[in-house]
Design a protein around this ligand. Structure first.
Ligand code: NAD
Length: 523
């Protein structure tokens, strides 16, 4: 069997595609702000389509030597990234917090630890996950088959602002482990941290030509799709995801789409309410609610609603919100225009009778939104149907599990789901009925940090997956080789010449192979 030192399939010339967004003007730049204070913290250029094509070409050249290494050799070359990341923890956490507005603790646990776990797990697992895979063949015993994994060339990563380090990090790591070069188009809201991420790999000894960052807005992302890359990993909103999927379709390149979520949490009457209330608060308010997997709605059994609400309210009232670089629990909204969306959802809920147990409607353009718990909500309210991406926790009372499952599945989105019950068997039964790419029992968000598990959306939440062995293999062309284990002579029976004798032989053979019972088979 071959190893994956084989050359990638050359990509077709970039197609001529009508551009969705306006072309950037020469000298255009993005001014980056600290979302908690509004201070300017940097500037980056907006790359033109020609500059993006040039970066992809440089990456493609560097990929030749990198793709020719064995997976083990690539793991050895990438190993120093781990040590350097450990050395830079404080520095990187501050850079993330300053640019994104999340607390220092969230920068450590939700961003840097996720990256370290991916390194720890996959520097070891990658050779096995990418090893050729033998396929069992029932009929043609004289032939063997296997799949082998060949790098796709250059992977294009288009990433969002809510996890500016850990999201592109996982895709960069998997792209490189699989033998590709990588070009990242980070969010225009948080581009600086992507430059720090590249610096980390380069300082750890990775060829600078293998990993590039193309800063810019939507048009730069569009240009990356058309620049002749072998695969696009996109993470962002459903609306942009559709455009990216269409553009990848026109370019006929595969894509992974990680899109929005509206995760439902079902709380059964037998749940450990102390643990459940703490999990719900962290799941709804962590990262200021700007998590695709956030607890966006809760369905609680009517028998335990009052007690759960009181516990959730008590925890929420104790949360300290403020400058994320200080000792606080909840930081700032990363993207202030997001406050308008949250305002609209909360106004609609208020108009339709929701009770504000904590928090309230934020001012337009607010930099901080107070964690807001709502009760007396229903599916006629936008807050139960649209992704809020803010620190909101609407709680709806239900009669039983069946009603909770029905509501949970009444959504266009299907990224994460959560179930709380002391009876694991029962919780798993509920989990299996939820239409979500991942359902966690008695926990929230954390499966993202379990590197071996897939991160994947159903319905409008996405296509494909990141993390896990399958996510790593998606970074490769999966090629199939079918070969002769031993020869059956000069020709196979079904080749020329055809004759009534061979037809009769095949008829008897098919009865023997596919008939039922001894008489059927021998008849
Ligand atoms: P967004 O869709 O506005 O932007 C994402 C990226 O796409 C940015 O880099 C942006 O510049 C780029 N882009 C915009 N227009 C483009 C175009 N026409 N072609 C190519 N690229 C283009 O998303 P956002 O506001 O940065 O992120 C928030 C959204 O991301 C939320 O909906 C959230 O749920 C989702 N998200 C999903 C996951 C997941 O794993 N499923 C993870 C994080 C965030």
């Amino acid at each position: 069997m071959t190893t994956n030192t084989v050359e990638s399939t050359p990509q077709a010339a970039p197609p001529r595609v009508e551009r969705v967004a306006a072309e950037p003007q020469a000298g255009d730049e993005i001014v980056v702000h600290n979302p908690a204070t509004g201070d300017v913290i940097g500037k980056v250029p907006v790359l033109s389509p020609a500059e993006v094509v040039a970066l992809v070409e440089r990456a493609r050249k560097a990929q030749k030597a990198w793709g020719a290494l064995t997976v083990e050799q690539r793991c050895n070359r990438l190993a120093p990234v781990k040590g350097l990341l450990l050395e830079r923890l404080d520095d990187l956490a501050e850079a993330i917090s300053r640019e994104n507005g999340k607390t220092l603790q969230e920068a450590m646990t939700m961003e840097l630890m996720v990256a370290l776990e991916l390194l720890q797990a996959y520097l070891k697992r990658a050779p096995e996950a990418l090893a050729p895979r033998k396929l069992p063949i029932r009929l043609a015993k004289h032939r063997g088959s296997y799949l082998h994994y060949v790098p796709k060339g250059v992977i294009g990563i288009i990433s969002p602002w809510n996890f500016p380090f850990s999201i592109p990090f996982g895709e960069v790591l998997f792209g490189l482990l699989a033998g590709n070069a990588v070009v990242i188009k980070p969010s225009e809201v948080t581009p600086l941290i992507a430059l720090r991420l590249r610096e980390l790999f380069v300082d750890a000894g990775i060829d600078p030509e293998l990993l590039h960052v193309a800063t810019g807005r939507g048009a730069t992302g569009g240009a990356l799709i058309e620049a002749g890359v072998g695969h696009i990993c996109f993470t962002g909103s459903v609306a942009t995801g559709r455009r990216v999927g269409e553009a990848c379709g026109r370019a006929l390149i595969p894509c992974t789409l990680e899109l929005g979520g509206k995760a439902a949490a079902i709380v059964c009457a037998d749940a450990n309410l102390n643990r459940t209330a703490q999990a719900l608060c962290w799941g709804a308010f962590g990262n200021h609610g700007q998590v695709c997997a956030s607890v966006e709605r809760v369905y609680v059994d009517e028998r335990v609603f009052p007690e759960l609400r009181d516990r959730v309210v008590a925890i929420t009232r104790k949360l300290r919100q403020g400058n994320p670089m200080d000792d606080v629990d909840v930081g700032a909204l990363t993207f202030p225009p997001q406050a308008d969306k949250i305002r609209a959802l909360l106004q609609d809920a208020k108009d339709k009778g929701a009770v504000f147990e904590t928090g309230g409607i934020p001012e337009p353009g607010a930099r901080f939104v107070a964690p807001t718990v709502l009760s007396n909500v229903h599916h006629g309210m936008r807050v139960m149907r649209e992704e809020s991406f803010g620190p909101l926790m609407p709680i709806q009372v239900v009669k039983d599990e069946a009603e909770a499952i029905r509501h949970a599945n009444d959504s266009d989105l299907g990224l994460l789901g959560y179930v709380f019950s002391s009876d694991t068997e029962r919780a798993r039964h509920i989990a299996e009925q939820m239409q979500a790419g991942t359902v966690m029992v008695n926990d929230v968000l954390a499966s993202y940090s379990m590197a071996e598990t897939p991160w994947q959306g159903l319905k409008a939440s996405g296509i494909g997956r990141t993390h896990s062995d399958d996510g790593l293999r998606d970074m490769c062309e999966c090629r199939h080789v079918n070969y002769d284990r031993f020869s059956l002579g000069d020709r196979e029976l079904w080749w020329y010449p055809y004759s009534p004798k061979t037809r009769g032989l095949f008829k008897r053979l098919m009865r023997f192979l596919y008939g039922s019972g001894l008489t059927g088979r021998l008849g």
